[in-house]
Design a binder for this molecule. Structure first.
Ligand SMILES: [Zn+2]
Length: 278
């Protein structure tokens, strides 16, 4: 079972790394969508502000026109009263009121003209902004749609990865999953590393005690690096291939320096055995 263990946790970690990368790709697309939408959103906000301003002006204009109409009616009534006054004092009073209402009406009419002019100008401004917005949206839409499609594809890939991961995790012994998850929950993304050819942890490169190196090379599972805590796994045949000549040389140098020729030779023998088995 150890043979499967040493590969299964690494494979699980590989899947988790792929999931993390896929999640990053989705959020990168979200950022790009936000960038693409940004200019149109700014115009949309401008259009909203102008539209509100226009609405306010129209209400104000109607209010002023209504006030002017009421004053015109009041002037008519005062004109009638003026015809029926009984004495000079009453005539003076009605005339004074009439004069006051006329001045107020004039001022209302002026305000109404000014408002009509503002409504016209703001209306034109709104038209310009709306056309700029329509143009921006026409430019944004195809790019956003393209990004949305890309995002949907990435999300699907992410869901597939999560499914594969869950299916795979179900085949890994509970004890191993618990240790693996525990290390990752501790904030360390990498939970499994391969023993290097020179007997170091493949994550922090601290050299492991010879006894542990041997146990790992003999396929013992769930041995952790004393320095960084990752599970150190036996190198798989692919790892040996990847490391190539450089690491073998480095191992020879390291072995020479530590003059631990016996251990190095033993280690090399196992590497060869492992390779020929595969
Ligand atoms: Zn380590």
């Amino acid at each position: 079972m150890t043979d499967q263990t040493r590969h299964s946790l690494k494979e699980l970690q590989g899947l988790d790394e792929e999931i993390e990368a896929a999640r990053r790709r989705v959020s990168e697309i979200d950022e790009r969508i936000a960038d693409v939408e940004e200019p149109a959103l700014a115009l949309e906000s401008e259009v909203g502000t102008t539209r509100n301003r226009l609405q306010e002006l129209k209400v104000e204009e109607r209010r002023t026109e209504l006030a002017a109409k009421e004053k015109a009616a009041r002037i008519e009534r005062l004109d009638e009263r003026l015809k029926g006054v009984r004495n000079v004092r009453e005539e003076a009073a009605v005339s004074a009121e009439l004069e006051m209402v006329r001045r107020s009406l004039e001022s209302d009419e002026q305000e109404a003209y000014s408002l009509i002019d503002q409504v016209r100008k703001i209306g034109l401004q709104l038209e310009e902004q709306e056309s700029a917005l329509a143009q921006a949206q026409a430019e944004v839409d195809p790019r956003r749609e393209e990004l949305e499609r890309e995002k949907a594809a990435q999300q699907e890939a992410l869901a597939d990865l999560r499914r594969s991961r869950d299916e795979f995790a179900a085949t890994v012994p509970e004890r191993e999953i618990r240790m693996y998850e525990g290390i990752r929950r501790g904030g360390q993304r990498q939970a499994v590393a391969t023993l290097t050819a020179d007997g170091a942890c493949g994550y922090c490169f601290s050299v492991l005690p010879l006894q542990l190196q041997n146990e790992i090379r003999h396929g013992a599972d769930l041995i952790r690096c004393e320095a960084c805590g990752v599970i150190v796994a036996q190198p798989s045949p692919e790892d040996e291939d990847e490391s190539g000549g450089d690491d073998a040389d480095a191992a020879a140098v390291a072995a020479g320096e530590t003059s631990d020729d016996v251990a190095a030779a033993e280690a090399n023998d196992e590497v060869v055995e492992g390779a020929s088995e595969a």
